[in-house]
Design a protein around this ligand. Structure first.
Ligand code: PMP
Length: 440
């Protein structure tokens, strides 16, 4: 496989764009951050003409794959009528109504553009509603790049108890003042959760968490952990905020809340919601969202509810929520075929590759541990080996996220998945050799 054109473009890009990429995560791609020419269904094609089965799906949003005809048609029709009005239009109501049907616990939704923004709305609403300041988050979780929540994200020393120490800061330029209003907790640690609420419960506005840690090796909560967060937040009058930016409209129609059967007070959606167009949303109760109606909480944005993203979301939701097609059961079946196939491969080969998560979102990475259950385990996985594995897969035409994460879409066929497992078996051979070499 040749990457000549991508390499040339990358060198050129570095002169005008820092690190040559528009989001930090993309700089890690090996052998070079790829320049993509086009996507179609479950496949993408780079500028060198290489074809890949796409399991990264644009960092997750492409729940129907690339260029789904219904989305292309809806977006095309809208673009011809106008791209943005800064006014209301009917598609906003249609998308809101479809979302509320899928999220029976929510009474209203509001729209933003990115996950980062919608998380900010959730934090502001939680603080305004409870008249408290502290937000609890879990280490390793990513809830967007804003100062007040990019905390306890890539620190080197895993924590064993609630923390708001300086080590929780994640980036240059971040104000340390944000540490006053945050507590970072280890995930899957009921004792820390209980202790945090015993000490600070009356001051905690909300707990934000992904229903599973998609950004930390796809760790699923230990039995009872999400339920305990639900109980303790209810007991202290704090809000439970689910960050469903990845899990929403991916794990099930009702996202992680439905999949894991835990009901939040607020949830934030993005990615899959508009099938590849920039749109995010927040769902919650009438009582909570009426704070916006009353003007007590400001929610604004030039592109909020813009008709192009709304047309994409409306078409996406029409397809994935169609009661006659059982979209999510089929997606889970396909994901399971892939998940189990890769898992079998890693077990049979006796390598240190592990596969964990759920069928619609999982990680395959190298670690000497049997499973990764928290950030402490995650901090010691074999990052270099995993990157080598991801690159080897790329060279076989399998495109996954740089951290070894896989997403499946409605566009992947059983044949695509069979082919993927076949290719993966060739790469596992490589991974075995790689480890042998590095251990020698
Ligand atoms: N929450 C989670 C769980 C995410 O994974 C991400 C992005 N990967 C975000 C929030 C931020 O979303 P965005 O990149 O659209 O701002």
């Amino acid at each position: 496989m040749e990457f000549k054109e991508s390499k040339e473009l990358y060198e050129r890009a570095k002169h005008s764009i820092p690190a040559g990429v528009s989001s930090a995560f993309r700089a890690f791609q090996r052998p070079v951050p790829l320049f993509i020419h086009r996507g179609e269904g479950a496949r993408i094609y780079d500028v060198d003409g290489n074809e890949y089965l796409d399991y990264a799906l644009g960092h997750g949003p492409l729940i129907l794959g690339h260029c789904h005809p219904r989305i292309v048609e809806a977006v095309g029709a809208q673009v011809r009528r106008g791209s943005t009005f800064g006014c209301q239009h009917k598609l906003e109501i249609e998308v809101a109504e479809r979302m509320l049907k899928a999220l029976p616990w929510a009474e209203r939704v509001l729209f933003s553009n990115t996950g980062t923004e919608a998380v900010q709305v959730a934090l502001r609403l939680a603080r305004a509603y409870t008249d408290r300041r502290i937000i609890v988050k879990f280490e390793g979780d990513y809830h967007g790049w804003a100062d007040n929540i990019l905390l306890g994200y890539r620190h080197t020393q895993p924590i064993k108890a609630p923390s708001n120490s300086l080590e929780m800061l994640a980036t240059g330029g971040q104000s340390p003042a944000v540490l006053n209003d945050i507590q970072v907790l280890p995930w899957n640690d009921v004792e820390s959760l209980n202790r945090c609420f015993e000490d600070l419960g009356e001051r905690i506005a909300g707990v934000i968490t992904e229903p599973m840690q998609c950004n930390v090796a796809s760790i699923v909560a230990a039995p009872g952990f999400l339920q305990r967060i639900r109980e303790v937040t209810q007991q202290y009058g704090s809000l439970l905020i689910f960050d469903e930016v990845i899990t929403g409209f991916r794990l099930a129609a009702g996202g992680g809340a439905e999949y894991f059967d835990v009901t939040p007070d607020v949830a934030v959606y993005g990615k899959a919601l508009a099938g590849g167009y920039p749109l995010s949303a927040l769902g919650g109760s009438d009582a909570l969202l009426s704070l916006v109606e009353q003007g007590k909480v400001i929610h604004a944005g030039t592109f909020n509810g813009n008709p192009v993203a709304m047309a994409a979301a409306n078409a996406t939701l029409e397809v994935v929520l169609d009661p006659t097609t059982d979209f999510y059961a089929r997606l889970r079946d396909k994901g399971l075929q892939l998940f189990e196939g890769l898992q079998r491969l890693s077990v049979d080969s006796g390598t240190d590759l592990i596969v964990q998560g759920v069928p619609a979102c999982f990680h395959m990475l190298l670690t000497a541990q049997k499973a990764i259950r928290n950030y402490g385990d995650f901090a010691s996985y074999d990052q270099a080996g995993t990157r080598a594995w991801v690159e080897a897969a790329l060279r076989q035409g399998i495109f996954q996220m740089g951290d070894g994460r896989w997403y499946v879409s409605g566009a992947h066929t059983e044949e695509d998945i069979r082919l993927t497992i076949e290719k993966a078996s060739r790469i596992v051979e490589f991974a075995t050799n790689e480890r042998t070499v590095r251990r020698a």
